[in-house]
Design a protein around this ligand. Structure first.
Ligand SMILES: Nc1ncnc2c1ncn2[C@@H]1O[C@H](COP(=O)(O)OP(=O)(O)OP(=O)(O)O)[C@@H](O)[C@H]1O
Length: 499
C-alpha cells in the first residue's frame, strides 16, 4: 500500500535522484570506502577476482566458519574459499580490510521459455578512507603475487608443446598443455654430486635474483646448454630443474615453426617462471656456421614430417627467406634479443648430443650461460643409482667390490640409462644386479679395446683369451659369488645376508 502511494506521489526520476543524494551523503560521512571486484569484467574474466579468491583461500582456511571447497583441473590439492555473502577481515601494514563475497542471482537475457538463473559474483573490499592509498598502492599487488605463489604451489606443473604446427586454439593460444608429472628430481638424478650442487646453487641464485638482475640491468633470464651422449640424463635433468624450481616447461618443436615471427609469437605467449626447452637443437636446425651458405639441414631429427626452409646464408643478418624461414639469427634473437625479455624469470634450455655442431654464437655467455656436460656414468653417480634402485648404501657393499666397480666404470663408458636398465632387470636380486653390472663393465671394456685396436690397425688378440683375462674373477667377485651361492641368489632378502 505504502509502495503504491509512494510510486503514485513521487515520480521515478525523483526517487532515483533522492536515492543518489542519500548515497552521497552516506559516503561523505562514512569513514569507509568500498571497491567492487566483479568476476566478469565486460566479457573477460577479471584476473583480480580469481587472485583475490585464491589469496583469501589461505586466510579462509584458518578463520572461516563456512567455506566452499574447490579442486581445480590439474590441481593436486583442495583450496578453500569464502561462501556466498560471507565476510573475512584481513590486515596489511597495520590497515584492516574487510572482504565480502557477494553472489547475486540475475535473470538471463536469453530468450527462452524459462529464464535461466545466473549468478553474478564479486568481492567487495571495504577499507578505511585513511588507508586507501596504502591499499591501492601495494596491497592489491601483494594479493596478486600471493595468489600466483599459491597457484604455483597447488597446481601441478604444465608441459606445453607447439606441435600443432602453428595453428591456434579457440582462445588464440599457440601452445597446448598437459599436466607435467615427470618424477625426476635432483635426488634421483645420477650425476656427480659436486656438479649437482653447483647446478642447484646456480638455479637458486637465479630464482632469487630479481634485485640482482634489476641492479645490473640484465634481463631476468638464464641459458643452460646440456650436452652429452644419449641416455646420460639430459631430459631427466630438465624435469628435475622444473620440479626443483616449480616452473612450467615449454617444449619448443622448432621443426613446427615456419618463420622468425612465428617463433617470436610463441615466445610472447610463454609465461614467467618457465623453462623453454629446445631438445636436440643440432637436429632441429642447421646451426653449424652463421656465415656458410647452404648446408644440408643438419641431422636426422625432427620427428619425421615437415622441415623448415632454413636459410643459412641470411643467418648473420636476420633476414628471412622471403619471410618464410626460420634463421639462426631468429633463434639468437629468440634467446637474447629484445623479445626474449617479455615476461621475466625465464630459463632457456637447449640440449644436444653434438656440441661441436653448434654455432659459437649460440654458445656464448648471455645466451647459454652454463654449459653442462652430461657424461657417462661416473663412480659417484653409480652409487646414487645403486642407492635409488637397490637401496644400497655405500657401506652395504664390500670395499673390494666397490673398488673393482670403481676401477672399471670409467673405461666401460656406460650411460646412466644403460646402468639403470641392468639394475631394473635385476632389482629382485640385488647381489645379482651388482654382479651383472660388473660383468657388463668388463664386456664393454673388452669391446672398447677391440674397437680401438681395430681402428689403430693393431693385431687383434684372441677374443676368448682377452675376455678370459678380464673375466678372471678377482677376490671381490669371488667372494660375491660365494656369498650368492651360499645364500641363494634368488632370495629377495639377500641384502642383509650379503652384508
Ligand atoms: N643421470 C641420470 N640419472 C638418473 N637416471 C638417468 C640418468 N640418465 C639417464 N637416466 C635414465 O635413463 C632414461 C633416459 O634418460 P634421458 O632421456 O634423460 O636421457 P637423454 O640424455 O635425454 O637421452 P637422449 O639424448 O636420447 O634424449 C631415463 O628414463 C632415466 O631413468
Amino acid at each position: 500500500f505504502c509502495q503504491s502511494i509512494l510510486h503514485t506521489v513521487f515520480p521515478p526520476e525523483f526517487r532515483f535522484a533522492s536515492l543518489k543524494f542519500l548515497h552521497r551523503v552516506f559516503h561523505w560521512f562514512s569513514v569507509y570506502c568500498y571497491y567492487d571486484i566483479t568476476e566478469i569484467d565486460g566479457v573477460n574474466t577479471n584476473e583480480l577476482y580469481n587472485a583475490v579468491q585464491l589469496y583469501l583461500s589461505t586466510s579462509a582456511s584458518i578463520s572461516g566458519t563456512r567455506l566452499s571447497l574447490m579442486r581445480g583441473l590439474n590441481s593436486s590439492s583442495i583450496t578453500f574459499g569464502l561462501s556466498n555473502n560471507d565476510r573475512l577481515v584481513d590486515s596489511y601494514n597495520g590497515a584492516a580490510v574487510e572482504w565480502e563475497h557477494i553472489v547475486t542471482q540475475r535473470q538471463s537475457q536469453t530468450f527462452s521459455w524459462r529464464p535461466l538463473p545466473e549468478e553474478r559474483r564479486g568481492f567487495t573490499l571495504r577499507v578505511k578512507k585513511k588507508d586507501k592509498q596504502v591499499i591501492l598502492d601495494s596491497y592489491l599487488d601483494f594479493v596478486m603475487e600471493k595468489a600466483n605463489e599459491i597457484r604455483r604451489k597447488n597446481q601441478d606443473r604444465l608441459l606445453y608443446t607447439n606441435s600443432r604446427g602453428g595453428s591456434l586454439d579457440s582462445r588464440g593460444h599457440p601452445w597446448e598443455s598437459v599436466p607435467f608429472k615427470h618424477p625426476s628430481t635432483f635426488e634421483t638424478l645420477a650425476i656427480d654430486p659436486v656438479k649437482k650442487a653447483e647446478i642447484m646453487d646456480d638455479l637458486v641464485d637465479f630464482a632469487n635474483g630479481e634485485s640482482f638482475y634489476k641492479r645490473t640491468g640484465r634481463a631476468w633470464k638464464r641459458g643452460y646448454l646440456l650436452y652429452g651422449p644419449p641416455g646420460t640424463g639430459k631430459s631427466s635433468m630438465i624435469a628435475a630443474m622444473a620440479n626443483f624450481l616449480g616452473y612450467d616447461i615449454y617444449d619448443l618443436e622448432l621443426t613446427e615453426v615456419n618463420t622468425n615471427s612465428e617463433l617470436r609469437k610463441l615466445l610472447m605467449k610463454t609465461t614467467s617462471k618457465s623453462i623453454i626447452v629446445i631438445e636436440d637443437i643440432d637436429c632441429s636446425i642447421n646451426l653449424t656456421n652463421r656465415n656458410t651458405t647452404g648446408g644440408g639441414g643438419g641431422g636426422g631429427g625432427g620427428g619425421g614430417g615437415r622441415r623448415n626452409n632454413y636459410d643459412t646464408a641470411s643467418h648473420g643478418h636476420g633476414i628471412d627467406d622471403g619471410g618464410n624461414s626460420i634463421t639462426l639469427s631468429g633463434l639468437l634473437n629468440f634467446t637474447d634479443g629484445l623479445w626474449s625479455c617479455c615476461g621475466s624469470e625465464k630459463i632457456f634450455l637447449f640440449t644436444t648430443n653434438h656440441i661441436e655442431k653448434l654455432d659459437p654464437a649460440l654458445l656464448r655467455s648471455g645466451r647459454m650461460d652454463m654449459h653442462i656436460h652430461m657424461s657417462y656414468c661416473s663412480f659417484p653417480a653409480m652409487k646414487i643409482l645403486l642407492k635409488n634402485y637397490l637401496g644400497f648404501q655405500e657401506n652395504d657393499l664390500q670395499k673390494e667390490l666397490l673398488e673393482e666397480l670403481k676401477g672399471e666404470i670409467d673405461d666401460a663408458e656406460m650411460t646412466p640409462a644403460d646402468i639403470s636398465e641392468v639394475l631394473i632387470k635385476n632389482r629382485r636380486d640385488k647381489n645379482r644386479a651388482v654382479e651383472e653390472l660388473l660383468v657388463e663393465f668388463k664386456n664393454r671394456v673388452v669391446i672398447k679395446r677391440r674397437k680401438s685396436k681395430e681402428s689403430n690397425g693393431d693385431e687383434i688378440e684372441d677374443e676368448e683369451q682377452e675376455k678370459r683375462a678380464l673375466d678372471t674373477p678377482t677376490d671381490a667377485s669371488d667372494q660375491l659369488q660365494e656369498t650368492c651361492n651360499k645364500n641363494g641368489c634368488d632370495d629377495n632378502d639377500d641384502h642383509d645376508k650379503f652384508d
